[in-house]
Design a protein around this ligand. Structure first.
Ligand code: ADP
Ligand code: MG
Length: 322
């Protein structure tokens, strides 16, 4: 129980093979209480296998761990009683021929809530889900996005401290993706739930995560906050400065900032400035000193997608972990 307050999930050297295929290769994870921890990887990376192991639905071949302080290998029943899992397929756990309300009532009873208490909790949950207005419709009649919310609603009925969301927005349209992502943030805000989610969408990982773990072919390639991943793994931000400069001024800027690989095209300076440095301020200071009239400034940070490919490619080039 030593790291319980700090780390709600701890995995150490978890390995899982299916035949000769290594689905997880010596994975270490520590998830902090109350954080949204995202496992980002392509199809077949090992995301679902990892979730199944943490939920004790699958035994690892090697390694050990704790969830809520319980031993992953010996206390599976206690772990299962305290976590909720929403599987990737929309509609799992949703009965199409029950109403929205009846679906949640069914699960409330399964979870041991009774009578007035169950009704009260279900109504409250429907309101949180934004499904109260459609409570009397058949589950099959509501949109896919609403059904996915209903699936997550089942998981929050009992307010378990850990929620596993395996590809929660896969197969949803743009609008439903947006709704579900906001809803995930809302669940964490309201209940302080620790959320471990998997995704292969970069924008989802970027939007939701406190920390992101990049996994590929069962290997953990990086774990960090988005900001640190950007700082550590990508070298530069591109800065565009539209300015009215004479040939002489352009020349002098080029010579002063050659380290930022300057270009000048159609009245726009382009610099590659290492991120989280004050390179940008330095450049602007010189522009002002030289009385170069700045018309517009814009910049482009590396996207998580660029970082992902950088990390994955680097691994194959160097054949080593970052
Ligand atoms: N029950 C299984 N039997 C055999 N191979 C499996 C099984 N489950 C997963 N795998 C394999 O393990 C690898 C990781 O799968 P999975 O965890 O489902 O990846 P992801 O969820 O990231 O798409 C894949 O190559 C997959 O084919
Ligand atoms: Mg999967």
């Amino acid at each position: 129980m030593s790291n319980f307050a700090e780390n709600i999930i701890n995995l150490s050297n978890i390995t899982k093979c299916f035949g000769s295929e290594v689905a997880l290769n010596s994975v270490n994870i520590s998830v902090k209480k109350g954080e949204i921890f995202t496992v980002l990887g392509k199809n077949g990376a090992g995301k679902t296998t990892l979730i199944k192991i943490i939920c004790t639905l699958l035994l690892p071949d090697k390694g050990s761990g704790t969830v809520l302080g319980y031993d992953l290998l010996k206390e599976d029943k206690k772990i299962r009683a305290n976590v909720s899992l929403v599987a990737p397929t929309v509609d799992v756990g949703v009965d199409p021929v029950l109403t929205v309300y009846e679906n949640l009532m069914f699960w409330a009873v399964v979870y041991g809530l009774e009578g007035y208490e169950a009704e009260k909790r279900v109504k409250e949950t429907l309101k949180i889900l934004g499904l109260y207005e459609v409570r009397d419709r058949w589950a099959m009649e509501i949109s896919a996005g609403m059904r996915q919310k209903l699936g997550i609603g089942r998981a929050i009925l009992v307010r378990h401290p850990i929620l596993f969301l395996d590809e929660p927005t896969v197969k949803l349209d743009v609008e439903s993706k947006f709704t579900i992502r906001n809803f995930i943030k809302d669940v964490r805000e309201r209940f302080g739930t620790t959320i471990l989610l998997t995704t292969h969408y970069y924008d989802e990982a970027e939007e939701l995560s406190d920390r992101i773990m990049i996994i590929d072919k069962g290997n953990v390639l990086a774990v960090d906050t988005l900001q640190s991943l950007k700082a550590k793994l990508s070298s530069a931000e591109t800065i565009y400065i539209k300015a009215e400069a004479s040939n002489e001024q352009v020349k002098s800027i080029f010579s002063m900032f050659s380290r930022f690989m300057p270009q000048y095209k159609n009245g726009i300076f382009i610099f590659k400035v290492p991120i989280f440095t004050d390179g940008m301020e330095e450049i602007l200071k010189v522009f002002v000193e030289k009385h170069i009239n700045i018309v517009e400034i814009s910049g482009k940070s590396p996207s998580l997608e660029e970082i992902f490919f950088f990390v994955v490619d680097a691994r194959y080039k160097k054949n080593e972990k970052l």
